[in-house]
Write a protein that binds this ligand. Sequence first.
Ligand code: DAT
Length: 184
Amino acid sequence: MRANPNIIITGTPGVGKTTHAEALAERTGLKHVSVNQVVKDKGCHEGWDDEFLSWIVDEDKLLDALEEENIKAGGFIIDWHGCEIFPESWIDLVVVLRVDSSTLYDRLTARKYPEAKLQENLDSEIMEVLLQEARDSYEERIVVELESNTTEEMESNVDRIEAWFKQWKEDHPVVGGDGEGGGH
Ligand code: DAT
């Protein structure tokens, strides 16, 4: 039983995961975990991919590192372009952010992504790869798809997830506690 929920924010690179996770962490007090940062800091990879300019993730090492952080105790916003490696029992809500192709193209071009990586990510967004991964990995009722094209959409998404968080807290009162606690 967790005193605080765990929320995954997932989607193709550039959809707005980090921006949403940071805003939500501020509003809710949950801790933002950038999984890319964990991969880098804890060496959970088998080296660097020169074509895609990214780490080749070692998922076993990554899961061990996240277990060390005691993620399953609750209280985290997990920000990553993948969600299937996290055990279902750890997760209370999966938010899949979506974006229009032209907007994603502009955001990834601004990041100076190499052509192959740009194309792979645009294809991934069009093919709904992350949405499908979320639906295949978690119960339908905990998977939410939200648009992230504009600042207004982002604000409305953050409001909505914050409302979900408050409801979760009401539905999961801490018996004999002060409502604090959780994973950090
Ligand atoms: P991710 O963490 O998914 O790679 P990000 O949060 O770094 O994405 O966002 C990529 C860029 O797009 C960044 O410059 C912020 C901008 N952005 C993200 N979501 C947005 C939104 N809903 N409206 C406007 N800009 C957004």
